[in-house]
Design a protein around this ligand. Sequence first.
Ligand SMILES: [Zn+2]
Length: 69
Amino acid sequence: MDYSKINLGQLLSSENETIKRNAVGILKKLQRGKKCGCGRIIEITQDYCEECQKENKEANRIERKKQKV
Ligand SMILES: [Zn+2]
């Protein structure tokens, strides 16, 4: 069986109880959404929320200034 070609719907309708339970777990995680370190919900494709991205940029700028001195 090629697992890379199976989608979540197929897993959810599986007759194997263990597979089904795992699939439900994945589905719940997806529905809850991914969270940034600060607790805000973000897109699956993002690592940080916009606020944290701004803060990180600011921190990097300050760090660079320090290095110049
Ligand atoms: Zn954040």
